[in-house]
Design a protein around this ligand. Structure first.
Ligand code: PEP
Length: 251
């Protein structure tokens, strides 16, 4: 039985002050949740205080990106060492916004995954197809390629720790959610690719989250699907009230 993992992705929202007040509120609301792994991903400027606020609670903090080198002449970038030192536990990687606006390739994302794992943090690898890919029947091919190239060279032990977030691009921030049936079918296909790469035992242990306009209303149905092990939530993670409702749906 895989434990549900509900993660927020604040994107480029939340000043440090806003992050602190949201987390204080969230921490109180979800304090009795035991059966859901709760993660909040925020901008770099909020991470240090965020980690302190959630200390000794059931919430962990994620970064939304990292540069895959320990240190050096990479102006403006943040290294895994820096994240690890302040207590960040997870790093969201390969989000479709990073793939699209910052031209991140599967091989660059693969480097980041390895760097994050090397420093004892857990990558959340985002994959997913565009609307035109789905309409052309290419969904499974796109996801398969992102998985094969993104996870290239990882051992079974490493794979087991990784979280996959399936996020159909046409559902992100659009209010259009994949139906639970469509999402389940794609999650099954994703798990089949993981089985092909890492074997059945590992693939059955791996967490596959759904992301794309998940909210308090649709969360329960999505999360009740056999291969949907949690959610990566954008818009609805910005407020403690809406985010906590999704967390409760996973409990
Ligand atoms: C996301 O950006 O990861 C996401 C799923 O966003 P939203 O929930 O707003 O669609």
């Amino acid at each position: 039985m895989r434990k549900k993992v509900i993660a927020g992705n604040w994107k480029m929202n939340m000043t440090n002050k806003e992050a602190i007040s949201m987390l204080i509120e969230l921490k109180e609301i979800v304090k009795n949740i035991k059966n859901v792994t709760i993660i909040v991903g925020g901008p770099f400027t909020a991470l240090s205080d965020a980690v302190k606020i959630v200390e000794k609670s059931n919430i962990s903090i994620a970064a939304e990106n990292v540069y895959p080198k320990d240190a050096g002449a990479f102006t403006g970038e943040i290294s895994p060492i820096m994240l690890k030192e302040i207590g960040v536990k997870y790093v969201i990687l390969g989000h479709s916004e990073r793939r699209e606006y910052f031209m991140e390739s599967n091989s660059f994302i693969n480097e980041k995954i390895k760097a994050v794992l090397a420093h004892g943090m857990i990558p959340i690898l985002c994959i997913g197809e565009r609307l035109e890919d789905r309409e052309a029947g290419r969904t499974n091919d796109i996801n398969r390629n992102q998985l094969i190239e993104g996870l290239e060279g990882l051992t079974k032990e490493q794979a087991e720790k990784i979280i996959i977030a399936y996020e159909p691009i046409w559902a992100i921030g659009t209010g259009k959610t994949a139906t639970p049936e469509i999402a389940q079918e794609t999650h099954r296909a994703i798990r089949d690719v993981l089985k092909e790469i890492f074997g059945e035992e590992i693939s059955e242990k791996m967490t596959i989250q759904y992301g794309g306009s998940m909210n308090a209303e649709n969360a329960e149905k999505l999360l009740s699907q056999k291969d949907i092990d949690g959610g990566l939530i954008g818009g609805a993670s910005l407020k403690a009230e809406s985010f906590s409702k999704i967390i409760f749906a996973g409990e």
